[in-house]
Design a protein around this ligand. Structure first.
Ligand code: AMP
Length: 290
């Protein structure tokens, strides 16, 4: 695997590969890599001629400085995992490479209601920061295909909207959430959980599964209440639990009203914020990311 730290070097290398007719797949990450990240790299490897992975802990998307500070960093291990996954290129920029003009947003996007709800409501400025980093990385890497995880479902919606606003030809692929054997969605933050919190954590996924089982005979609003109650009982501090139209991210009143319905949750356990989601229903356009 080739490692680049400078934008100009990566651009030179990729320009040469593109001239040779190679297709580029790209998986942006914040490091502390696990099997979820690896699945994005492997999908890109299977579908593209050349796979680029980036690791950049993006300060612009952290509204809580403490969260940024304690974000796990495991560079050596990450490089090993990417080598094992046969990743071709790792881009490891520092802040000055990513944001030479400082943190100010060089490009403005409007996300309508997409960034006003759930993660957007709980973490002010988060998606503006995500958009800033992804926009910059897309400008540098100029991939044919962008691989992102369903684990961060709202993020995929935001990036899809951004690509639309840019009239970009980049194809966005949403990859399924990879889970631990007990159901917990893999996340870089899982290593921050204490032993007891780690044992409790799969409840998040079990509650989403409970909603799936009960959706035939219950209304979304009732299942939301039940989910929040179960989370509290299980020691979680719920941030939100929403059953939304997967296209608009607005809460649905009935399961029949939308063709694409997703249950999304965020909750704190022992001070560690975890998120998860499952698709409850999807009719048509299964190959579209969101
Ligand atoms: P992060 O490093 O957390 O910013 O994640 C980088 C990319 O990996 C994002 O597109 C995430 O959605 C994706 N990702 C994170 N966790 C998982 C997972 N458990 N399964 C699949 N994709 C994931």
């Amino acid at each position: 695997m080739l490692l680049f730290k400078k934008v100009v070097d990566l651009k030179h290398y990729l320009a040469k590969e593109k001239r040779a007719g190679k297709s580029i797949g790209f998986a942006p990450t914040m490091g502390a890599l696990h099997a979820g990240h690896r699945s994005l790299v492997e999908r890109s490897q299977a579908e593209c001629d050349l796979t680029v992975c980036s690791i950049f802990v993006n300060p612009a998307q952290f509204n809580d400085p403490k969260d940024l500070e304690k974000y796990p960093r495991t560079e050596r291990q990450d490089i090993r995992l990417l080598n094992q996954a046969h990743c071709d290129v790792l881009f490891l920029p520092d802040v000055t490479q990513m944001y030479p003009d400082g943190h100010k947003m060089s490009k403005q996007f409007t996300f309508g209601l997409l960034d006003k709800t759930m993660e957007g409501a709980s973490r002010p400025g988060h998606f503006a920061g995500v958009a800033q980093a992804v926009w910059r990385l897309l400008d540098i890497v100029a991939p044919d295909v962008l691989y992102m995880g369903q684990k961060d479902f709202q993020q995929v919606s935001i990036v899809a909207s951004m690509l639309q606003q840019m009239q970009s030809a980049v194809r966005l692929i949403m990859c399924a959430t990879i889970r631990e054997p007990d159901g917990l969605a893999m996340s870089s933050r899982n290593v921050l959980l204490s032993t007891t919190a780690r044992q409790r954590a799969p409840l998040l996924f079990h509650i989403l599964e409970m909603v799936r089982l009960k959706m035939k005979n219950h209304l979304p609003a009732d299942l939301k209440l039940e989910a929040i109650h179960s989370l509290r009982k299980g020691g979680f501090e719920p941030d939100y639990f929403e059953i939304v139209d997967g296209h608009t991210l607005q809460a649905v009143q009935t399961f029949e009203q939308a063709e694409f319905v997703v249950a999304c949750v965020a909750a704190k356990l022992d001070g560690i914020r975890l998120i998860d989601n499952i698709i409850l229903k999807r009719i048509g356009a299964e190959d579209a990311p969101v």
